[in-house]
Write a protein that binds this ligand. Structure first.
Ligand SMILES: *Cc1c(COP(=O)(O)O)cnc(C)c1O
Length: 437
């Protein structure tokens, strides 16, 4: 009854999930395709009731935002093969104060970075590593799992692999990721390879290395990751009382996550859990904007760019693998692609911090796009908006400290909060407090 397999996005080729395959014979991406008629044997009310019960269960896999929706993710995996770190069920921050400031009906920020390794990458990695664990247990000749990464993918891969006892190999662009991100795979015992290239260069090499099927590829080109990440949409919808906002804004690099967001909404529509389509907005950094440029040319085709340095280092990507899926997402969901400058993303992140958030630069990119589109009138005052925050701000302490110390090159910080350096004297403290309070 419930069943899933890999299916090419451009023709009818299918492959079992047990096969080590990432693209079809013509090089097209795959997706995990479900037997959707089985889904319809349950009514929308039955699905809602099931998910409500699991929300209050302490059964280990029910505590995961991903596996509490297991029938819609990997319906056939044995429960004992699942490798979970209780990912998902991340907070939905009510940013009503910020909504009021910019004259918006409502604004929520989905804090996907409040997770085991500090980014949304955990959602996809639990699915991929669980499936690999299942295959290894059945005797598949897989020696290790590998990924290229701008930091967060490698952190997630190494944590899940360490939990499962499966070796992992991470390919990182030397000197281009934060210290916190680098230390994570080192600590979890991955084989860490720092290469003198950028993310796109690492991606190319990892694809060559994983042509040997005993090393399993964990990048988001592998559609198992998308199956976990798509549960962001389910979770948001459940949290908002089985409703979606008018507009969702998400930062995009390799474009797997926006594809996942859209796939989750496709599922909700199919299940009858929602009946209105929201709009999806992808936000990119100006310095790494191939998707924005393609959008401006009416999606004639992807022209890869040499990604320039951006503070939003996890999206410093010039040749996004999931471009075809992301283009479809923008077409299906009446989408917009916006870009923001380094100044805009830095100020946006720290403006939001003033109401209690603690934003990473990528969340700054999404918030910057929100502020810009609201100003341009492309987002109206009547809209409800959810911004997807992709990583925890604590992974980007260098960025945040430098912003407040006014040490970010070329950036005049509008929301910097300077430290008061004072002698250890009560008088001196009182003088300052008199001034600032
Ligand atoms: C991976 C990542 C992104 C980009 O997601 P894509 O699927 O590559 O578009 C954005 N922000 C953070 C923090 C990430 O780690």
């Amino acid at each position: 009854m419930f069943h899933a397999e890999f299916k090419s996005i451009s023709d009818k080729d299918t492959y079992p999930l047990s096969e080590v395959v990432y693209r079809d014979k013509n090089g097209s991406l795959l997706e995990v395709s479900h037997n959707r008629s089985a889904w319809r044997t349950r009514s929308p009310d039955e699905w809602r009731a099931l998910f409500r019960v699991r929300r209050s269960s302490f059964f280990p896999i029910d505590l995961s935002g991903v596996w509490s929706k297991r029938e819609l993710v990997l319906p056939e995996i044995p429960e004992e093969d699942i490798v979970t770190l209780k990912e998902g069920w991340t907070p939905l921050f009510d940013a009503q104060k910020l909504a009021k400031e910019i004259k918006l009906k409502s604004l929520h920020v989905k804090l996907c970075g409040n997770s085991h390794t500090g980014s949304f990458k955990d959602l996809g990695m639990t699915v991929l590593v669980s499936q690999v664990n299942h295959l290894v247990k059945k005797g598949a000749p897989i020696k290790a799992v590998a990924c290229a990464s701008t930091g967060d993918t490698s952190a997630a891969l190494s944590a899940y692999c360490a939990t499962a006892g499966i070796p992992s190999i991470v390919f990182l662009p030397a000197g281009k990721i934060s210290i916190a991100q680098l230390v994570q795979p080192i600590s979890n015992g991955s084989i860490v390879l720092a290469l003198d290239t950028d993310f796109d260069g690492c991606m190319k090499i990892v694809q060559e290395v994983t042509a040997d099927k005993s090393i399993y590829l964990a990048n988001s080109m592998n559609s198992l990751r998308i199956e976990g990440q798509k549960t962001i949409s389910y979770e948001l919808c459940q949290e908002l009382g089985w409703q979606l906002p008018d507009t969702l804004i998400i930062p995009g690099g390799n474009l797997g996550n926006v594809s996942a967001l859209a796939k989750g909404i496709d599922d909700l529509l199919e299940l009858g859990l929602v009946n209105r389509k929201p709009r999806i907005i992808v936000a990119q950094a100006e310095n790494a904007n191939p998707f924005y440029q393609a959008y401006k040319r009416d999606f004639d085709k992807l022209e890869p760019v040499q990604a320039q340095k951006t503070l939003a280092s996890a999206i410093q990507i010039g040749n996004p693998v999931s471009y075809p899926k992301a283009e479809q997402a923008i077409r299906d969901y009446n989408g917009i692609v916006e870009q923001v400058s380094e100044q805009e993303l830095s100020d946006a992140a720290h403006r939001a911090d003033k109401i209690g958030l603690y934003c990473c630069p990528h969340t700054g990119v999404a918030l910057g796009a929100l502020f810009k589109l609201k100003e341009k009138g492309l987002i109206s005052s009547e809209e409800t908006v959810v911004v997807v925050s992709t990583a925890h701000g604590l992974k980007f302490s260098e960025f945040k400290a430098a912003y407040h110390e006014q040490k970010l090159k070329g950036i005049t910080p509008k929301y910097a909060n300077a430290i008061h350096r004072l002698p250890a004297k009560a008088n001196a403290v009182m003088d300052v407090l008199k001034e600032v309070l």
